[in-house]
Design a protein around this ligand. Structure first.
Ligand code: MN
Length: 424
């Protein structure tokens, strides 16, 4: 049933996205309104803390429905309407300053109010509804260090709301809005495509620059220089440039070591363009040539990656592709060295939401097998100890199969070695 609904409303949506004057954010809000019944409302809050002034990343559901990328704003929607100034409104954006609403497009039942008006409006609405979807970006774990007691803010909030409004059901908006976010529109696909090309350019220039003795952060700078130069002003996630033993650390991002001859370097990076991430991993020999042992493992990982990608088409379950990859490594005898997931959705979040177990056209996912041989592992083959290999692409599911959005950056052994000989 859910599938039928998705197909019905998403197909026209993708088609209209190209026409001029069409605002995707407004269309998404209309879609959300049509998914709510008259006893329900949704409230989404912008992230109010800015951990790094220049790297503000908005709460993804709020961004998805408003395009607003700043703090102290709230979106409130209810299909039965909220009376403001004598008029019924189904959508209200509470804004912090005029720059926020300058470029917003509105429907006839939308309006904007200053942030300070949120509480009275919201408090009036709450007793009249039965279910509220909410985003909780600021609500995490707080540790009271004096009494040594942990407070889960989300749980505290729910308990308090239960006392105030015993009949109100609270539910996270993540899955609800995620039903729309799972399938990307042509505009969103375009942004991930652009983020992918920019990331690929960054990796290509890092490959050309790589040589023994170069520092990990120099390679990082080469990658991220392309991001900034091409207008991707944020990163989808901290760049991982791991040389030598560092490439065994999955979320390594210190990037402060010097490479040395014989190292493999795992570069797992992704630019964020117009809010959308890409995600690419390439593993290169810092000397410009793989050793025989490195080639053996690299070829295995690459073959599993290509075979897994070849399975991608609508109707296939991602869990089945994952199982295929694990079985393939098992046949090779290396199942214990593939120590992370094979695939995740990509979008506004580099680990985006997906509410569908089966692939559908318009979904974007990664395929990223890897093998890692810890030097302390008694069972690991001696010749492989001390290095890891991961290869990752970002892939669009199409009507008939797939398109690798990150094709531009080489992954064949010969291609990588050839490119690395072409110094700038
Ligand atoms: Mn990834």
């Amino acid at each position: 049933m859910k599938k039928i609904i998705l197909v019905t409303f998403l197909l026209p949506y993708v088609a209209i996205a190209q026409t001029s004057g069409f605002d995707e954010f407004q269309a998404r809000r209309d879609k959300i309104l049509s998914m709510l019944d008259t006893t329900q409302a949704i409230v989404l809050k912008a992230i109010n803390v800015q951990p790094l002034a220049n790297e503000y990343i908005q709460e993804h559901n709020f961004f998805y429905l408003t395009g607003i990328n700043s703090a102290s704003n709230t979106l409130l929607m209810s299909p039965k309407g909220i009376v403001v100034g004598g008029k019924k409104r189904t959508t209200i954006i509470f804004y912090s300053d005029n720059s926020v609403i300058k470029n917003l497009k509105f429907g006839p039942n939308d309006t904007v109010l200053k942030s300070m008006e949120f509480k009275p409006v919201f408090n009036k609405l709450l007793p009249t509804i039965g279910k509220l979807y909410y985003s909780a970006p600021d609500l995490n774990l707080v540790n009271d260090w004096i009494s040594d007691k942990a407070y889960f803010m989300e749980r505290e909030m729910k308990n308090r709301m239960k006392t105030l409004y015993p009949n109100l059901k609270l539910e996270s908006a993540e899955y609800f809005v995620g039903k729309l976010r799972t399938i990307k529109s042509s505009q969103e696909i375009g942004y991930v495509r652009r983020a992918s090309n920019i990331t690929a350019d960054g990796l290509i220039s890092a490959m050309k620059m790589a040589k023994p003795g170069i520092w990990e952060y120099e390679l990082q700078a080469a990658v991220e220089y392309e991001y900034t130069r091409q207008g991707a002003l944020l990163r989808g996630f901290p760049s991982i440039i791991g040389s030598g033993l560092n490439n065994l650390v999955l979320h390594y991002s210190d990037n402060n070591c010097q490479t040395k001859n014989g190292d493999l370097v795992v570069m797992d990076v992704g630019a964020k363009y117009m809010g959308y991430s890409s995600d690419i991993t390439r593993t290169i020999p810092i000397s410009g040539s793989f050793t025989e042992a490195q080639k053996e493992i690299y070829s295995m990982v690459l073959q599993v990656q290509k075979d897994a990608i070849a399975m991608i088409k609508p109707g296939v379950k991602t869990a089945d592709i994952e199982k295929f990859a694990r079985d393939a490594f098992k046949k090779l005898g290396y199942q214990d060295y593939f120590i992370h997931g094979l695939s995740h959705p990509v979008g506004l979040d580099v680990h985006d939401i997906s509410t569908e177990p089966e692939l559908k056209p318009g979904m974007i996912i990664t395929i990223e097998p890897g093998l890692y041989f810890n030097p302390n592992d008694k069972n690991a083959p001696e010749k492989y100890k001390g290095f890891g290999v991961r290869i990752e692409d970002t892939i669009l599911v199409t009507e008939n199969g797939f398109e690798i959005l990150t094709q531009k950056v080489p992954k064949e052994i010969a291609e990588i070695e050839r490119l690395m000989k072409k110094k700038k």
